[in-house]
Design a protein around this ligand. Structure first.
Ligand SMILES: Nc1ncnc2c1ncn2[C@@H]1O[C@H](COP(=O)(O)OP(=O)(O)OP(=O)(O)O)[C@@H](O)[C@H]1O
Ligand code: SF4
Ligand SMILES: [Mg+2]
Length: 359
């Protein structure tokens, strides 16, 4: 299960079944340039810097981390909306990062995105019918022209909107309804994978649960595999089978729902988890809130060794020297027959009794 420091060799995480996406050593470095006429590269923003994981068929993999850690860039790389600097994304044995033209279009039909902001992601001048049916222009084979309105009406119904709304415009809907429209568009081509990039972050808390429940129901109905991106661990808790935690372009811990929420071993995950609101007042009493010092360093110049060391309360000198590998810690390697431990990119991984999260 061990990986290279680049997180580039082997997939990690304890998942069952067949991977539908295999991501290996994925990197995206945005060049930093100086000069107007003659542009000279003076560095690079290492937005994603060697990330490896699998997405299994039918599962929901939550990806969490603070703003700027590279979540949206990973999402775009998975659809080849951004050109990878290095690494591979295998979908049914084909490396998406190497595809272009028709071959890429064919793959993209099966991998759709739902975006964060239901206000800006829908064209205000198009009717809902045209928005949801737009993907059929590129893939007419999915719904021939005469069938489209019928299909769009079905999709509206599937996401809990009145099919009679087909001629309305986005401004005539609430935020939650607009996100339902975005989800309907995402479903139009009958994809296998949906990458939802903070799909509920812009919505009122009262509406968030409805949209999460809708996504969960659609997953069962259409046998979808999800990557569900969020800032914090509370949002993904009830929808994810596994969770990956990102920090400054890297995956620092990945495991099943239970492993990440009940037995996290990476200090960053523990800090994120300590900030998750606990509805039960008794649970809150026994819980220690970990406040992280300082800001996230620049991805153009990440710290040496462990990238988290500038904010880690456990950091030692060696943490500046050695870059931890995302692997199952030796001390937690399980005996045969026991549930498998999960990978964590820390030189001193240990469970803390801080969690106390309520269901
Ligand atoms: N096109 C670009 N050119 C240069 N830098 C970029 C570009 N896109 C993203 N970045 C940088 O890459 C890093 C990762 O950005 P990304 O949007 O992937 O983060 P994120 O985790 O999705 O953040 P958020 O939670 O705020 O959405 C950031 O430092 C960002 O400024
Ligand atoms: S390797 Fe060191 S700095 Fe990094 S998370 Fe572990 S203890 Fe903290
Ligand atoms: Mg983002």
């Amino acid at each position: 299960m061990a990986e290279t420091g680049e997180q580039g060799a082997t997939a990690v995480g304890n998942a069952q079944g067949e991977p539908i996406l295999q991501i290996r050593g994925l990197k995206k470095h945005f060049p930093l340039t100086r000069g107007v006429v003659v542009k000279k590269q003076i560095g690079a923003v290492k937005a994603v810097d060697g990330v490896t994981f699998d997405l299994y068929r039918g599962e929901t993999l939550g990806i969490v981390g603070e703003s700027g850690c590279g979540k949206s860039t990973v999402a775009k790389l998975l659809m080849n909306l951004e050109q990878a600097t290095a690494g591979e994304v295998f979908y049914k044995g084909e490396d998406i990062t190497k595809l272009s033209g028709r071959a890429l279009q064919a793959v993209r039909r099966n991998i759709q995105m739902v975006f964060q902001d239901p206000y800006t992601s829908l064209n205000p001048r198009m009717t809902v019918g045209d928005i949801i049916g737009e993907p059929y222009d590129i893939h007419p084979e999915v719904a021939p022209k005469g069938d489209r309105r019928k299909r769009v009406r079905e999709l509206l119904d599937v996401v809990g909107l009145n099919p009679e709304y087909i001629n309305r415009y986005p401004h005539q809907f609430s935020g939650g309804q607009r996100q339902r429209i975005g989800i309907a568009r995402g479903l139009a081509l009958r994809p296998e994978i949906i990458i939802a990039d903070e799909p509920v972050s812009a919505l009122d808390v009262s509406v968030q649960a409805q949209v999460v429940n809708l996504l969960a129901g659609l997953q069962r109905e259409f046998d979808l595999s999800y990557i569900f991106i969020a800032h914090d661990l509370s949002v993904v808790r009830h929808i994810s089978n596994r969770v990956g935690v990102m920090y400054l372009g890297r995956m620092v811990e990945i495991g099943s729902d239970e492993q990440i929420y009940e037995h996290p071993t990476h200090p960053y995950t523990q800090a994120l988890l300590s900030a998750v609101p606990v509805p039960d007042p008794d649970g809150r009493e026994g819980r220690e809130r970990i406040l992280l010092a300082g800001d996230v360093p620049s991805p153009a110049n990440p710290p040496s060794g462990c990238r988290f060391r500038t904010r880690c309360w456990k950091a030692q000198d060696v943490c500046a020297e050695i870059e931890p590998v995302l692997e199952v810690p030796e001390r937690y390697q399980s005996e045969p027959g026991e549930p498998a431990a999960h990978p964590s990119a820390c030189l001193f991984p240990e469970e803390r009794d801080i969690v106390g999260t309520a269901e």
